[in-house]
Design a protein around this ligand. Structure first.
Ligand SMILES: Nc1nc2c(ncn2[C@@H]2O[C@H](COP(=O)(O)OP(=O)(O)OP(=O)(O)O)[C@@H](O)[C@H]2O)c(=O)[nH]1
Ligand SMILES: C[C@H](OP(=O)(O)O)C(=O)O
Length: 206
C-alpha cells in the first residue's frame, strides 16, 4: 500500500508552544514522524513523506515537497491513483498492528478518527473521493464519501485516535507511548500531573 505521510516542516506543532520552544517543536515533530514511518513500514506500507518544505533532518523515506495547503497537496497525491493511505505524522502512539488493521479493513474509504474531530488516517480506494482537512474533518469526510458514492468505514483505535496537538495530548504519550516520541517527552522533563480532576502534564525543566 502506498502511504502518504503529510508533514508540516515549516513551523510544526505551534499549539505545543506553551511547553516547547520552536527548536524543540521541530525536534519532537521529527521524532514522531520517524516513529510513524517505522510503524508504516512494519505494517507493510510504502511511505512517502509529503512535506511543505525540504526537511533538514535525515529521514528514512522518500520526501515529496509540495508547499500548497495540506488539503490540496493530499488531493494531488490521491489523484495519482488509488488505493492509497494517508497517515498523519503526529500519531505518536501508532503501532504496526493498528495500521495493519486500518490497511486491511474493507471499504471504499476507511478512516481512523482523531479525538476532537480530525481524521488521523485514511485508506482511499475510490477514485472520486477527495479530502478536506481541518475543522471537524471526520464529518466532512463522511459527507464527501457519501457524495462520491463511496462506502465510509471508521476504525475504532485508541492508538490511531491520539494525535499530539496540544500539551494535554502528552498525557496519552506518557501513559501509552513506546517509541522515540515517548522517550523525547520523558527526556524533556514532561511529567504527569495528578490532581482532583483530569490528569494533566507539567514540565519540570526547560
Ligand atoms: N504537507 C503538509 N503537511 C502538513 C501541513 N500542515 C500540517 N501538516 C501535517 O498534517 C498533520 C496534521 O497537522 P496539524 O496537527 O493539523 O497541524 P500541525 O502543523 O502539525 O500543528 P499546529 O501548528 O499546532 O496546527 C501533521 O502530520 C502535520 O505535520 C501542510 O501545510 N502541508
Ligand atoms: C489535519 C487536521 O488535523 P487536526 O488539526 O485535527 O489535528 C484534520 O485531521 O483535519
Amino acid at each position: 500500500m502506498r502511504v502518504v505521510v503529510p508533514f508540516g516542516a515549516q513551523s510544526p506543532k505551534t499549539r505545543l508552544a506553551p511547553l516547547l520552544d520552536g527548536a524543540e517543536r521541530r525536534d519532537f515533530a521529527v521524532a514522531m514522524l520517524r516513529d510513524v514511518l517505522d510503524a508504516v513500514c512494519d505494517a507493510g506500507g510504502t511511505p512517502l513523506v509529503l512535506a511543505d518544505a525540504p526537511l533538514d533532518a535525515p529521514i528514512d523515506a522518500p520526501v515529496a515537497v509540495d508547499d500548497r495547503p495540506l488539503t490540496d497537496a493530499v488531493n494531488n497525491q490521491l489523484a495519482a491513483g488509488t488505493p492509497v493511505a494517508v497517515v498523519m505524522a503526529d500519531l505518536a502512539l501508532a503501532t504496526p498492528e493498528a495500521l495493519t488493521r486500518l490497511f486491511e479493513t474493507a471499504g471504499d474509504v476507511v478512516a481512523a478518527p482523531g479525538l476532537g474531530g480530525g481524521t488521523n488516517a485514511l485508506v482511499v480506494r475510490h477514485p472520486d473521493f477527495s479530502v478536506d482537512y481541518h475543522g471537524a474533518s471526520i464529518a466532512d469526510h463522511r459527507r464527501l464519501a457519501d457524495e462520491a458514492g463511496a462506502t465510509f468505514v471508521e476504525v475504532d483505535s485508541l492508538r490511531l485516535a491520539v494525535d499530539v496537538d496540544e500539551p494535554a495530548d502528552f498525557v496519552d504519550v506518557l501513559l501509552h507511548g513506546e517509541g522515540r516520541a515517548h522517550e523525547w517527552v520523558v527526556d524533556a522533563g514532561i511529567r504527569l500531573q495528578r490532581g482532583d480532576g483530569r490528569v494533566g502534564v507539567v514540565r519540570a525543566r526547560r
